[in-house]
Every structure is written in C-alpha cells, then in structure tokens.
Design a protein around this ligand. Structure first.
Ligand code: 26V
Length: 837
C-alpha cells in the first residue's frame, strides 16, 4: 500500500508514527540497547567513553521525533524562514545542554545512577565541538539556542571541519599548536544525510552563449567540481517541542575516481586528486583578526555558500514558483563577511540559471540578505586579490564588477562624483593590486547592516563607513549581542541556578529579565551568605582543576581575577601583566605588606602566526614562574595560565570568578560576550568604555562596575596629537620599573632578549595605548582590592550584576533580529501529537 507522506511516496505507514516518545523508550533501555547493539559492548568491555556515546545516542533518539516533526511543521506551515550563515560555530559539548533543554537532566541522572553510572563523570568524555575561533563563533552557537527556544523557523548552516580550532599546549612557556581531530571517537550528534549532496563548481571559464530566442547568457564551463554532503546536528529549544537544524557541509570528491585519468591508468593521480577536493573542509582557519588571503579559505567560503544556496533554493521551490516571493519567504543572515560571496552567487543563479534580468535579480538579492559586522580591526576586513578571486570564481568576478559599475554610477548621480569618495566606496580597490572588498560588497548587496553593540555601530557609521551611512541612512542598525542563559548560567552554574530558582522560580531561564526579582533579596543577609557559598563552591572546583593542571596551590579567599579570551594586542592581556608585576614589586619592597590576595588567571589562544600575541603568552608564563615560586609572595599572589581555553573550560572558569577583565583599548572590541557571561555569574567587571561594557555599566549601575581608561574619542584625539608612550614611561616610576624589569630579563634569565621586540614596540609606538591607560588601570585595581575587603558590600554588587543582566540574553538579541531585520515569526508546535499528515 502506498501512502502519501509530505509529498514523498512511501510504502506502508508503520515507520511514521507521530506519537511523542512511547513508554518503552526509557532512557535506561535505550542506553543499554545502544551499548549492546550499536557499540557491541558488554559489561566487561564497556568503557566510560562507550557510556558517553551510548547515552548521547539515547538522548538523540529522544530528540529525533521532535526534530522531524519540527521540520515537517515548518514545511507544512511554510512561514518565512531565516538562514544563519556562519563559517564558525563554537558549540562546545552538547550532551548536558540537550538534557537541560529537553528538561530531562535530573531524571536521566537518577536513572543512570541506578545503573551505576555518574552523569557528571560521563559528560566529561565528550569532545568539545570547537568549530570556531572566538566571539563570533560562540555567538552563532548562542543564537542557535535562542532561535530554537523562541520557536523560530531558523536554520543554521556551516562547515563540518574535520579539525576544529587547534589544541593549545604550553611548552617552556610558549604556545604550541596540535591538531584537534575532534571526530576521532566518532560524533553521536551529527547525522549524515546520505541523499543530500550538491555539486559545487570551481575554476573553469565563462562562455557567452545565445538562446534560441536570440538573447544571450553566460555559461560557466570546464569547472573542477566538488561535492558537498550534509551532516545535520539537532538544536533543541529550551522546554519547547521545536528542534531546529544545524546543517554542516563536508567536502567529498565528485566521484571516487576521475575516470579519464583512471582510464589512462593513472590510478595514483586520480586517487590523489580525490584527496585534494576533500581538503576543502579539512581545517578551520585559526586566525581571528588577521586576513591572510589564502586560496583555500576562499574555496571554503564559496564551497559553503554554494551548497547552502542550492539547499535554500531547493526548499523554496517545493512550495513556490515565483521568484518575487523569495524575499518574502527567505532571509539570509551573513555572519561577518565570510559568506558574502553568497551575494554574487545568488545573482549568478538568478541571471544565468533562472534567466531573470539584472534589475529583478538585484531587487531580489538585496531584499534577501542582511549582514552583521563583528570587527573594526582593519587587518580583519576581508579583501580578495582580484586575480585569485577571478581564477577560482570567474563568473562571480564579472558579476562583482557589474554590481560595482552600477553602484558607482548611482553614487555619481545621486551622491558624489569626487574621485576620493568613489575610491572609498568602490567594491574593487584601485592601486597596483586590485582587490575585492567584501565589506563594501556586503553593504551594497544587503538591506540591513548591523553592529553588535551601540558604540560599535556608532563607529561603523561615523568612522569606518561614513559615506555608506550617508547613502543608505536606514541600512545601519544595532543589535547588541547576547548569550544564552541555558548554557552560561543554568548548565555552567547549577548551584547559582538552584539558589536563584529557590527564590523566584525557574522562568528566568527563558525570560532573563525576571532575574530582576532577586534584587529583593539583596538586603537579606542569609541570602547573601548562600550567594557567597555558591561562589566558594565553584571556586573550589576550579582550585582542584588548577592543582591538577598546573600544580599550583591557590588561596580560596583570594580575588579570582580572570582574563580569558583570544590573545590579541588590542585586548591588552599585556596591561594585565603589568599590573601583576606592579603587585609583585609591592610585595618585594615590603614582604610583610598586608594586601588583598589575588589569583590572576589567564586563558586563551593566539593565532599560530601572531608573534606578538604569542610572546604575551610567554611573558605571562615567565612571570608566573617567578611569582609563584617566590617565598616572599606566598599566597598573596598567584598567576595561572590555563592552557587550551575552550567553551568547556569557560564553563568551569567563569562561575568561579570574582573579577572579569574587559580591558581592550576603547573603540576596538566590537562587543565582547565574555563580559556578559562573567556578570551573569556574579563577577564584577573591570573594564574600559568599550563594546558592550558600556551597556553593561548602564544596566548594572556605575557603582557596580569598575571603569577606567581613555574613552574611544580620547584614544583618537591622543593619537591625532601624536601619542608618545615614552613620556608616560619617563614620568611614571612604577611603570618604568615594571618595563625595565621585563627589558632586563628579570623573568627570563635563561632566554635573554626575547621580549626586546615587545618592549621596543611599547616604547616607540604602543599602538594600543597600554602606557596611556596604565595608571588609571592600577588605581582602579586598587579600588577593586579595597572593595573586595568588604565582602558584604561586594556580595551586594555581585547580586546586582546578576539581577540586572537580563538585557544580555541572546533571546532578547534574537527577537530583535527577528523583528527589526528578519521579519520572521515563531512556529509554535502544540504539545499534542501532530496529525497534519
Ligand atoms: C575574522 C577572520 C579574518 C581572517 C580569517 C579568519 C577569521 C575568522 C574570524 C574572524 C572574525 C573576527 C571577528 C570576531 O570574532 N569578532 C568578535 O565578534 C564577537 C561577536 O560579535 C564580539 O563580541 C567581539 O567583540 C568581536 O571581536
């Protein structure tokens, strides 16, 4: 018997039941079944890793029906959908998060306990899914969580890199990189969609051809093709039935052999070529603020974009045959410029394949895409050498030229014909080496450009793209970043969550503004005591971790002063080190000094080729060696570098922190999201007026945050007048002493001279104003120590930080995107069983 099922004809109906989980689906049963039948293990051979794997499969099974049903419902209701395109997703571990979102954590823990398993322990066997560099990639992961929780018909797209962000080791104080083969024990979360494959073209040439009706068209021929195969990862919303989809593409050779070469007997060549095309999805680029212009990177971008657009268009065509409906049904959010080649790609499809005219194609394209900018650091603005671009994507280069020609014509007519203005606006830079400027292409080809915090958006409008802002005044807008409270409070800090829930119930997990209610308990001394106990509990867990990893004994009563993030000069980990050395000198001058004990914790990776950032890591480890082993110091001061910072490690560190270091030079940190995670876990911020720090201050109140340093405009002014760091050095004895110590190899007697470049850079240029902000930072740190002495007051401030952090939920951010940019609405899955089909 044939039954019609969503347009597909299948035999029989036994496979498709719409029931939620049948009773026989107990997690223990499924866990046991997966151990035996999927992993083929018994009581004797089973390992903890097997237990993790089998449990994850059992949990995944519980998501599958909701996942299918969600996709089916989106298909049937056919709402406008949003597609989030990102080259990076820093997902972290998925098991604990899935259990929390499915509201199944406690039950599962108890069931496992009966079988003699400890859930907390099993969770540790999951490999962190680190398919991203830093803020931008983690933001994408937080937004997936919120899009599912808000029940939005949203789809994430990315690349399934075989190697994620490198594993960082510290050898003799230096960062050393190792490959992160995260798939080595298999991945229970992603599902290969065997029938979903698209052909992606590269290279070749463009031929002008004529249709029978006499009109001409362009054909991209003689291409080298690669297949993109789909792997799907479920994204469960919190306590809703919706399970959204993250689709990751992996590259595969078109056929197992290039037949021509195979037939010529060139077997080895043919197989080697196969490997070649599969390198496209091999490895994540580990740079986050420096563009190298590598061919493989452009290949990755186009590979990703081509497969994704083919998939989006296939889905669109199931229900629609009129291209004018496309922007009504599809919104595509471009996460930075990395997927911006999607703009000429959609133009190419519409013009060359769908035979639309240029104007109509452009109308559709520019109403479909929106672009988020994540950085104003000039080295990170992507530009592609025109030759490279044209060799790999000859037809796209033509289209980009035509987009630019029409755009500049328009500008000349309606805005300015000034050559200098035109040069700044042009998508193609002039000069000896012509380059395609991806940010300019993004602004011209989209209907919305957003910054990720108020200050960042302001800088985009006034400093980075002022002419674009004049031409398209309505295009630029701000959506301040957010973080998901599920992972960053509920999962990472179970003790704090319990305490909060005991007072205000647990709605805060999906509506973070409700945290406001805990302000009512600020004056309750018993509550404050419990608050401190939670922090102490978390601190002790971190102390054990530090003892295990670094063999350092940490004073549990010290200030846990933490800076964890990517290493970059603009983030100024170096300023933090100068403070550490300043404290060290105070102790050396007076070993009996009474001071508030501190543990200064660092974590983060530097791009493998970023020499200056790597030397800061070396300096931290050198200073740590001296400070931690000096008997004069005792437990007044400790310096800890925790290697291989990741989402998983962040979840251990942040809940244990007292002080959050957000000390970038003002104007350069687009938003920061770590700042939000710390405040949400009750750490106080020491920070500059940069990125979202400004908005955090506005929310938590200026008495509950430590702000220091130059303002963004003051940095600009200082540089305009001619900044002379040497002046600060000469006139500040404490700063001079610190710098002289580093310069005279105090911390590195066995490797003299290694910090010379760093010192010269600071003394002569100090591009990131470390010297200019030094004194203000030190004074503010002294204030921090003073205030930490009064634990009752400190606790109040900590509570205020948590109570007032509601704005920074990614639920708020995502609903702003949905309303201001995407125009998509929730698709609520009712609780009963669907009988649509
Ligand atoms: C840039 C590049 C350029 C070269 C090749 C590889 C690569 C990979 C990633 C990036 C993105 C860097 C931009 C970034 O991560 N920005 C951060 O975005 C966060 C989320 O909006 C924000 O909170 C941080 O302030 C911002 O630095």
């Amino acid at each position: 018997m044939a039954k019609k099922n969503n347009g597909k004809v299948v035999n029989g109906s036994i496979f498709f039941t719409d029931k939620e989980e049948p009773e026989s689906f107990s997690i223990s049963n499924q866990f046991a079944e997966h151990l035996e039948f999927t992993l083929v293990k018994d009581r004797i051979t089973v390992t903890k890793d097997d237990a993790y794997y089998a449990l994850s499969l059992a949990v995944r099974d519980r998501m599958v029906r909701r996942w299918l049903r969600t996709q089916r419902e989106y298909h049937i209701k056919d709402p406008k959908r949003v597609y989030y395109l990102s080259l990076e997703y820093l997902m972290g571990r998925l098991l604990g998060n899935a259990l929390i979102n499915l509201d199944y954590y406690e039950e599962c823990r108890e069931l496992l306990k009966k079988d003699g398993y400890n859930l907390e322990e099993i969770k540790e066997y999951e490999h962190d899914m680190g398919l991203g560099n830093g803020g931008l990639g983690r933001l994408a992961a937080c937004y997936l969580d919120s899009m599912a929780t808000l029940q939005l018909p949203a789809f994430g797209y990315g690349i399934r890199y075989e190697y994620g962000i490198f594993a960082q080791e510290i050898e003799n104080g230096y960062q050393v990189e190792y490959a992160d083969y995260w798939l080595k024990n298999g991945n229970p979360w992603d599902i290969l969609r065997r029938s979903l494959q698209y052909r992606v073209k590269f290279y070749g040439r463009v031929e002008k051809k004529v249709y029978p009706d006499g009109t001409y068209y362009f054909d991209w021929v003689d291409t080298d093709d690669v297949l993109a195969v789909a792997y799907d990862v479920p994204v469960p919303g919190y306590k809703v039935k919706n399970v959204n989809n993250l689709r990751l593409w992996q590259a595969k050779a078109v056929s197992d052999f290039e037949f021509s070469e195979f037939n010529r007997g060139d077997y080895v060549e043919a197989v080697a070529k196969k490997n070649d095309s599969e390198t496209i999805s091999k490895v994540l680029y580990p740079n986050d603020t420096y563009v190298e212009g590598k061919f493989l990177r452009l290949k990755q971008q186009y590979f990703f974009v081509s497969a994704t657009l083919q998939d989006i268009i296939r889905k669109f065509k199931i229900n629609h045959d009129n291209w004018e409906d496309f922007p009504e049904k599809v919104c595509i959010q471009l996460n930075d410029t990395h997927p911006v080649v999607a703009i000429p790609e959609l133009m190419r499809i519409l013009i060359d394949q769908e035979r639309l005219g240029w104007e109509k194609a452009w109308y559709i394209t520019t109403r479909t895409f929106a672009y988020t900018n994540h950085t104003v650091v000039p080295e990170a603005l992507e530009e592609w050498n025109e030759k490279i671009f044209g060799e790999l994507l000859p037809r796209h280069l033509q289209i980009v030229y035509e987009i630019n020609r029409r755009f500049l014509e328009d500008v000349k007519k309606n805005y300015s014909a000034d050559e200098a203005v035109l040069e700044k606006l042009s998508i193609i830079s002039s000069g000896p080496e012509k380059r395609v400027r991806m940010a300019n292409l993004a602004i011209v080809g989209t209907f919305a450009v957003n910054g990720v915090a108020e200050l960042h958006t302001h800088i985009l409008k006034t400093r980075i793209f002022p002419d674009f802002n004049k031409i398209y005044p309505k295009k630029f807008l701000c959506v301040t970043n957010g973080i998901t409270p599920r992972r960053w409070i509920r999962a990472a800090n179970p003790e704090l969550s319990k305490l909060i829930t005991s007072k205000i119930g647990e709605e805060w997990v999906r509506d973070l503004s409700q945290l406001k209610q805990i302000e009512n308990f600020v004056d309750d001394a018993a509550f404050r005591k419990k608050w401190r106990e939670v922090k102490m509990h978390n601190r002790r867990l971190l102390i054990d971790y530090i003892k295990n990893e670094n063999n350092i004994d940490v004073n549990p009563d010290s200030i846990f002063d933490v800076q964890v993030k990517r290493f970059h000069e603009y983030k100024r980990q170096l300023l933090n080190v100068l403070h550490v050395i300043t404290l060290y000198n105070r102790i050396k001058d007076n070993p009996k000094i009474k001071m508030v004990p501190r543990t200064v914790i660092f974590g983060g990776k530097a791009a493998p080729a970023y020499y200056a950032a790597k030397m800061v890591i070396k300096l931290i480890n050198s200073v740590a060696d001296v400070v931690n082993n000096d008997p004069d110091v005792g437990d007044k001061l400790k310096v800890v570098f925790l290697k291989n910072y990741s989402v998983t490690l962040a979840e251990k560190i942040i809940p244990a922190s007292d002080l959050s270091e957000q000390i970038s030079v003002a104007g350069l940190e687009a938003s920061g999201t770590g700042n939000m995670k710390f405040a949400a876990n009750g750490a106080l911020t020491i920070g500059t007026m940069d990125g979202a720090n400004i908005e955090i201050r506005e929310e938590v109140g200026e008495e509950n945050i430590f702000i220091f340093g130059l303002l963004a405009e003051e940095v600009v002014e200082l540089k305009a007048k001619g900044y002379n760091p040497r002046k600060y050095y000469e006139s500040n004895p404490s700063l001079k002493r610190v710098i002289d110590m580093i310069a005279s190899n105090y911390f590195n007697p066995k490797e003299p001279g290694i910090f010379n470049d760093m010192i010269n850079g600071l003394m002569n240029v100090d591009y990131y104003c470390v010297f200019a902000d030094y004194q203000s930072y030190i004074d503010t740190q002294d204030k921090v120590a003073q205030e930490f002495l009064n634990q009752e007051e400190w606790t109040k401030k900590s509570i205020y930080n948590v109570a007032r952090i509601g704005k920074f939920s990614s639920d708020r951010a995502v609903s702003e995107y949905a309303k201001k940019i995407w125009n998509v609405k929730p698709v609520k899955l009712n609780n009963g069983n669907s009988n649509h089909d």
